[in-house]
Design a protein around this ligand. Sequence first.
Ligand SMILES: Cc1cc2nc3c(=O)[nH]c(=O)nc-3n(C[C@H](O)[C@H](O)[C@H](O)COP(=O)(O)OP(=O)(O)OC[C@H]3O[C@@H](n4cnc5c(N)ncnc54)[C@H](O)[C@@H]3O)c2cc1C
Length: 348
Amino acid sequence: MRKPGKQRLAIVGAGPAGLAAAWKLRDADDIEITVFEKSLGLLGRAATRSRHGLRLDPGANYFRTDLPEVAELIHDQLSTNELIQINGDVDVFDRHGGMAAGDSTLNGETKWTYRSGINTLGKMLAAAAGCEICYGVRIAQVRWQRGTAAWRLTDVFDVDRGVFDAVLLVLPAPQAIELVGPEEADVAEALSQATYQSQWSFTFGFDAGEVTWPGDFYALVNQDRQHRIAWLSRENAKRNRVPEHTLVVMAQMQPEWSLVNFEEPAEQLALEVAAMIAELFGWGAADFRWLDVQRWRFSLPTGRADVDMLRAAESRGLYVAGDSVVGKGRVAYALQTGLDVAERIRGR
Ligand SMILES: Cc1cc2nc3c(=O)[nH]c(=O)nc-3n(C[C@H](O)[C@H](O)[C@H](O)COP(=O)(O)OP(=O)(O)OC[C@H]3O[C@@H](n4cnc5c(N)ncnc54)[C@H](O)[C@@H]3O)c2cc1C
């Protein structure tokens, strides 16, 4: 039911951008917000989950606060009790496994996360926003109703999720295209320019008595993009997350390798990936104690949506934010798009 005098806003996606927008609109008394989130957790590709007695971040590992408004949000507006720095550099490796020091400018910037997982950020934003969040609801259709000049949302079970004066789509562009349907051809075309790569992510628990992380760096990134592994990090660098007897290594795979192997069984691939790590680090064996896997169909954008075309739809209350409007997959950028779009929604 629409409350008198209130504009109803639906936010589709409780990732960094969606929650930042909800947070920024927390004091807008004339806007009633409902967030729809397909999963049971918060922060999307910056999710955290409990596995093997630990808190693991299978997507975004850390964020930077190099944008002033994001820095203010993280350091001044939200609680910093749980905020921690990740110590150690991100070094580089090449296709032959040769390692070298990483970019000194980037390594000079602080890498932030939260003690109990990066999605603490999502929990804090949602709590402060105070809006309704409908978990486990996957929206399938967002349709403009000319008669009522409003948007009707329907979920994948064909359940009517209500009529809204405005809708904010904050999910990877290929998924957003599916929602708007053929009637919004311009929006779909604008979004189609934001292409995404796919990525497998493996987290291994090794016995720290058997293998050793080969340096004091926090992570390694494959600079020439010719290795099958794109990123390796030592999750023990996140203070108080991992007990001393365990070495937790996260491997994010190269997009090409991920795409070719996207439908392959995870356990089989994990054996291959563990062997690659062992070879890179000069370990005799690659016996891991436990494993956690995540397959990201849409991990990072490789292109940027046409923002000018998207703006045209805003006059009818259809907004888009998130990393597809930036063209770069970063938590901070996604947060910024959420803060920015909230201002435009408020000014409507
Ligand atoms: C493997 C990996 C590593 C990364 N590493 C880093 C890093 O180290 N540092 C960094 O800053 N960034 C990193 N990123 C990028 C960062 O996670 C993203 O840029 C950021 O999460 C984008 O936020 P968003 O709000 O745009 O979208 P998302 O985080 O994708 O949020 C979208 C939300 O929409 C929900 N959703 C999707 N479809 C529907 C639907 N139909 N109905 C309802 N809900 C729906 C999703 O479940 C999700 O919660 C990484 C990403 C990946 C995948």
